[in-house]
Design a protein around this ligand. Structure first.
Ligand code: ADP
Ligand code: MG
Length: 315
């Protein structure tokens, strides 16, 4: 069993360096050197056990997901990941659990070239708060307030697998490894987010459900949106198991960490080319309209009200 400083040393010993880190873990603060001509984007997200992940989640996946949700926010801003901190609250010092958690965290960090530069380690209910920083060329960030009338609305990847996996876990049903990994190890779309700078207008990552998240774009941009429910992309696993209304509900309930963005219809060819070059599915799911609010439409163009179409704390 380790004390606080042994735990910190276990983490610090495994961190990969970056040349723009003047001073990393070990002092009261990190010293970092942002590149000239760029703006710093900073995001933070907490994962609480039993709220943001089932208590049965493997330690490796807890570490992965804590970083993934933050990388997804950086991706949604079009930022290239650089540095992060990890504030960790643990019920008891457990070397094996911590090592596995840091394995997952650092495996994803290595994929995206982001490095850990500090944090905090305390005793309490299991909780991880990551703060992550990235860069965008000055003025280039993808913002929620940039959608324009008649823009197309696009989504990356597929929607609904994480919600289906969570439903199966909560109901005690068997869940395939493939589906469970979509809940436990989301894929942040960092390369896509960065490549969308200069192509997309507004962008948001789908953490709380695509309809709810698009609602934030509507408010920030002063527009409305129409979403074609039949166009929401589903994995083969989801399409085979769940039809229409129940599927749409799963597809708009969150934890997908895909990017939803708007773009001028003149960008369609550029986006098809980008989808091919990155190997990331991009699907057009609707358009920006005058007025306000999110209007979900069925195949006949009738508006559909989905119950519980997004995640909210405190309700
Ligand atoms: P202080 O008491 O000055 O806040 P700490 O003792 O909490 O410092 O932390 C010592 C050093 O270890 C700091 O550089 C801090 O950023 C780093 N650190 C603490 N916990 C973590 C963690 N979970 N992950 C990464 N770095 C950490
Ligand atoms: Mg101090």
């Amino acid at each position: 069993m380790s004390g606080e400083f042994d735990l910190i040393s276990r983490i610090a010993a495994r961190v990969s360096p970056r040349s723009d880190v003047v001073l990393g873990i070990g002092d009261d603060g990190a010293i970092l050197r942002p590149p000239a001509g760029h703006e710093l984007v900073i995001v933070t997200d907490t994962l609480n056990s039993g709220v943001h992940f089932p208590e049965s989640t493997a330690a490796h996946d807890v570490g992965w997901k804590a970083l993934a949700v933050n990388l997804s926010d950086l991706a949604a801003m079009g930022a290239i990941p650089a540095w992060c901190t990890l504030a960790l609250s643990l019920p008891a010092p457990d070397d094996a659990w911590l090592d596995a958690c840091i394995d997952g965290f650092l495996a994803l960090a290595a994929q995206h070239g982001i490095t850990l530069v500090g944090g905090d380690t305390t005793r309490g209910q299991l909780s991880l708060t990551v703060t992550a920083c990235g860069f965008v060329a000055a003025g280039g960030a993808l913002r929620r307030d940039a959608a324009k009338f008649d823009d197309d609305i696009w989504i990356s990847g597929t929607l609904g697998d994480a919600a289906l996996a969570l439903q199966e876990v909560l109901q005690g049903k068997p869940c395939s490894d493939e589906l469970r990994s979509r809940l436990d190890r989301p894929t942040p779309r960092c390369a896509l987010g960065h490549a969308l700078v200069g192509i997309a207008r507004a962008c948001i990552d789908v953490s709380d459900g695509v309809l709810q998240d698009l609602g934030h774009v509507c408010v920030a941009s002063g527009v409305g949106v129409e979403v074609l429910l039949d166009a929401l992309p589903a994995s083969d696993a989801l399409a085979a198991q769940v039809e229409n209304a129940p599927r749409w509900r799963l597809q708009s309930s969150g934890d997908d960490y895909e990017l939803c963005f708007t773009a001028d219809p003149l960008q369609r060819d550029a986006l098809v080319a980008l989808s091919n070059s990155l190997g990331v599915r991009l699907t057009r799911i609707g358009r920006v309209v005058a007025g306000d609010g999110v209007h979900a439409l069925d195949a006949d163009g009738n508006e559909v009200r989905l119950q519980a179409s997004g995640y909210e704390h405190f309700v």
